[in-house]
Design a protein around this ligand. Structure first.
Ligand SMILES: *Cc1c(COP(=O)(O)O)cnc(C)c1O
Length: 496
C-alpha cells in the first residue's frame, strides 16, 4: 500500500518516503491509497495483547515497508518504561456503566502528544535509512505548549536528528515554559520568541520556504523537518489507542466483540479525531465520533452546516491546545469524503487561503454527518464540567477533557443514544492548575509549579512524576529572539 497526496492523487510513494518528507510538495497531506482491514478475529487476538504489541500490529497494517520485528522494537521502546509509567500507555478509567475516559497522558510530558511523539523519532530515523537520506534532520517546532515539550522528549539524543523549539515568550503557561526550558539532551534547543504564537508559527513556515537557508543547511548536511500532525508518522500511532481501548472494553467484559462504541474527542487541529475515523474505516466497530470544541468552534459550525470559515473572532481559552481556527488535518477528511478527489480538495484549500472560507457539497456534508457530530462547550460549561466530574465521581479532568465530557453530556441529552462511550482524556489536570483550581472553587496564591502541590492536597490526586520533577529545577535555556532573528538562531544551532 502506497501513499498519495490530498492535492495530487497521481503521487504514489512508500510510507517511509511519506514520513521522511512530511508534507507533499503540492502543499497536500499524505494518506494511504487503500486502507487495510481490521477483522473481528484480529480484534479478538489483540484483546490478549499488551499496548506495545497491539501498536506493532496496527502500525504494521499501515507501514508495509517496515518489518514486523523492527516495529516491535520501536513500540517496545516507545511505550515501555521509563517513558510511560503505567502498565498500559493508554489505560481506561471507568466513570459509570457506559462512560469511560481514555487516559492518554501517562507519558513523559503528561499530554497525549507523547503517544505519537515517543515513537515518531524511531519511525523518522528508520524512514531516512530506508530512503537512503544521509543528512541530519533538523526538526523545527513552533508550539503554544504541549507539542514542543513532547517533541523535545521524543527527539532528545536521537542519532541523526536535532530539534529546535520556538515558543511565544508570554504565550505559554508557567509549567509549560519550565517543562521546555529545563529540557535535557545534547541535540536540543529551546528559544523564546518575543511575540505571540501566530508569529512564531509564521516564522517557522518562513524558514521552511527560505531557499537560501535551505541550501546553506543542505551544504552542511542538514535538512529541515517538522514534527507536527501534518506528518502521517504522527497520525498512525494515534489509531492504535482507539483499537486498544476497544480491546480493553472487551477484556474487562464491558462489551462483546462487534458491539459499537462512541468516542468523544476534544479537538483542535483535527488530528486526534481523524485517527479515530481511520480506526472506524479499517473496521473498528465505532458508531459516532463526537467532535468537541471550545468557543473557537469553527469545527462545530462546519460539521453542522458544511461551511468552514476562519473569518471569526479568535478567543484565548482555558483549553489553549484547542485554540485554533485552521484545523489542518480536516483536509484529509475532505479528501476522503469527496471520494478521493484531489482537485475538489485542492479547490477548498485554495478557497480557504484566498477567501477565508469554503462550503462543501450537500453530499459531502451528509457523508461527514453520518459519523461526526459537532458540539462545543463555553468557558463556563468547561469549569462546571470539571466540578461536576470531581464532585460526583471524585475524578479529576483537565480543561480539554472537560470540554469533551460536556459535549458527550449534551449529545446524550439530545439524542438519547446510550451507546457505550469513551471520552478521550488528552492532558493531566496538573498542567492547568490555575484553571482547575478555579473550576473547583479553591483559592490559591502563587503560580505554576507552586500550585501543583496545592491541587494535589485539595483533591487527593497524585502529581504525575514528570511534573513533580520540575520542582526546584533551574532553566537551562534562556535565549529569546525576535521573529526576524529566528533564522539566524537556526544557523547558530546547526553550527553549535
Ligand atoms: C493537541 C491537543 C488537543 C487537540 O488535538 P488535535 O489532534 O489537535 O485535535 C487537545 N487537548 C490537548 C491537551 C492537546 O495537547
Amino acid at each position: 500500500m502506497n501513499y498519495q497526496s490530498t492535492r495530487d492523487s497521481k503521487i504514489s510513494i512508500t510510507a517511509a518516503r511519506a514520513i521522511a518528507q512530511g508534507l507533499s510538495a503540492d502543499g497536500g497531506l499524505f494518506l494511504p491509497e487503500t486502507l487495510p482491514r481490521l477483522t473481528p478475529e484480529m480484534i479478538s487476538k489483540m484483546t490478549r495483547m499488551g499496548y506495545s504489541e497491539r501498536a506493532s500490529l496496527v502500525l504494521s497494517m499501515f507501514l508495509e515497508d517496515f518489518g514486523a520485528e523492527e516495529l516491535s522494537t520501536y513500540t517496545g521502546k516507545a511505550y515501555g518504561s521509563p517513558g510511560f509509567s503505567s502498565s498500559s500507555a493508554a489505560p481506561l478509567h471507568k466513570l459509570d456503566s457506559n462512560t469511560h475516559f481514555l487516559e492518554l497522558w501517562h507519558g513523559p510530558t503528561s499530554a497525549f502528544k507523547d503517544i505519537a511523539l515517543q515513537i515518531l523519532p524511531y519511525l523518522l530515523s528508520a524512514s531516512l535509512k530506508k530512503t537512503n537520506d544521509k543528512r541530519e534532520a533538523c526538526i523545527l517546532v513552533a508550539t503554544s505548549g504541549d507539542t514542543g515539550k513532547a517533541a523535545l522528549e521524543g527527539f532528545r539524543d536521537v542519532a541523526g536528528t536535532r530539534i529546535m523549539v520556538f515558543y511565544p515568550l508570554r504565550g505559554v503557561s508557567e509549567i509549560q515554559r519550565l517543562q521546555m526550558a529545563t529540557q535535557s539532551g545534547a541535540n536540543v534547543n529551546v528559544v523564546a520568541v518575543e511575540s505571540n504564537f501566530d508569529d512564531a508559527q509564521k516564522g517557522v513556515k518562513e524558514i521552511f520556504s527560505d531557499e537560501t537557508l535551505r541550501e546553506e543547511l543542505n551544504g552542511k548536511g542538514f535538512f529541515l523537518s517538522s514534527a507536527n500532525s501534518i506528518n502521517w508518522g504522527r497520525l498512525v500511532p494515534q489509531i492504535v489507542y482507539y483499537v486498544s481501548s476497544y480491546c480493553d472494553l472487551i477484556a474487562s467484559g464491558e462489551i462483546s466483540t462487534g458491539d459499537r462504541v462512541n468516542y468523544c474527542v476534544p479537538t483542535g487541529n483535527f488530528g486526534n479525531i481523524l485517527a479515530a475515523w481511520y480506526a472506524k474505516e479499517i473496521g473498528l466497530p465505532v458508531s459516532k465520533l463526537i467532535c468537541a470544541s471550545n468557543i473557537n468552534n469553527v469545527l462545530t459550525q462546519f460539521i453542522n452546516t458544511g461551511a468552514y470559515s476562519r473569518e471569526r473572532p479568535f478567543y484565548t481559552t482555558m483549553s489553549p491546545s484547542m485554540d485554533i481556527l485552521v484545523s489542518s488535518n480536516l483536509e484529509r477528511l475532505l479528501f476522503e469524503a469527496s471520494g478521493k478527489d484531489s482537485a475538489v480538495t485542492a479547490g477548498y484549500m485554495s478557497a480557504l487561503s484566498n477567501t477565508g472560507r469554503y462550503e462543501v457539497t450537500g453530499k459531502m456534508r451528509d457523508v461527514i454527518g453520518e459519523t461526526f457530530t459537532g458540539l462545543y462547550a463555553s468557558e463556563d460549561d468547561t469549569k462546571k464540567a470539571i466540578a461536576e466530574v470531581f464532585n460526583r465521581y471524585s475524578y479529576l479532568v483537565d480543561t480539554h477533557t472537560a470540554v469533551a465530557y460536556k459535549a458527550l453530556r449534551d449529545y446524550r441529552e439530545t439524542t438519547l443514544d446510550d451507546t457505550p462511550s469513551i471520552v478521550v482524556s488528552t492532558a493531566s489536570p496538573f498542567k492547568f492548575c490555575e484553571s482547575v483550581l478555579d473550576a473547583l472553587g479553591i483559592g490559591y496564591s502563587g503560580s505554576g509549579v507552586d500550585l501543583i502541590d496545592r491541587l494535589s492536597e485539595e483533591t487527593g490526586c497524585p502529581v504525575p512524576e514528570p511534573l513533580a520533577a520540575l520542582r526546584g529545577m533551574e532553566p537551562r535555556f534562556k535565549e529569546a529572539v525576535r521573529v526576524n532573528g529566528m533564522n539566524d538562531a537556526v544557523r547558530r544551532f546547526v553550527e553549535s
